[in-house]
Design a protein around this ligand. Structure first.
Ligand SMILES: [Zn+2]
Length: 88
């Protein structure tokens, strides 16, 4: 049995997705991209400007391109260094 709250939450989620698609279609129309306009929901969770190639230097995560460490990796490295300094 679904309550009114659940129904409102569900419709809110649908509305959020639809508004994201709508905004992306505005951009696609401005650029005149027919491949995006043909299937709008394909680009819901990815960028319109991505070419689709994960190894593309222009579209990939810049941190990965420059081989920098993630925040999580840096934090764990700092912890390890701090622990080493304590032991000495
Ligand atoms: Zn690319």
């Amino acid at each position: 049995m679904s309550k009114d709250e659940d129904k409102i939450k569900h419709s809110k989620r649908i509305h959020q997705k639809e508004s994201v698609v709508k905004n992306k279609m505005k951009v696609a129309k401005a650029y005149g991209w027919q491949h995006v306009l043909a299937n709008p929901h394909k680009y819901l969770k990815c960028s319109l400007f991505s070419c689709g190639n994960p190894n593309c230097i222009f579209c990939m995560n810049p941190r990965r391109a420059f081989k920098e460490k993630t925040m999580q990796e840096r934090k764990s490295d700092d912890k390890l260094k701090a622990d080493k300094n304590k032991d000495e």
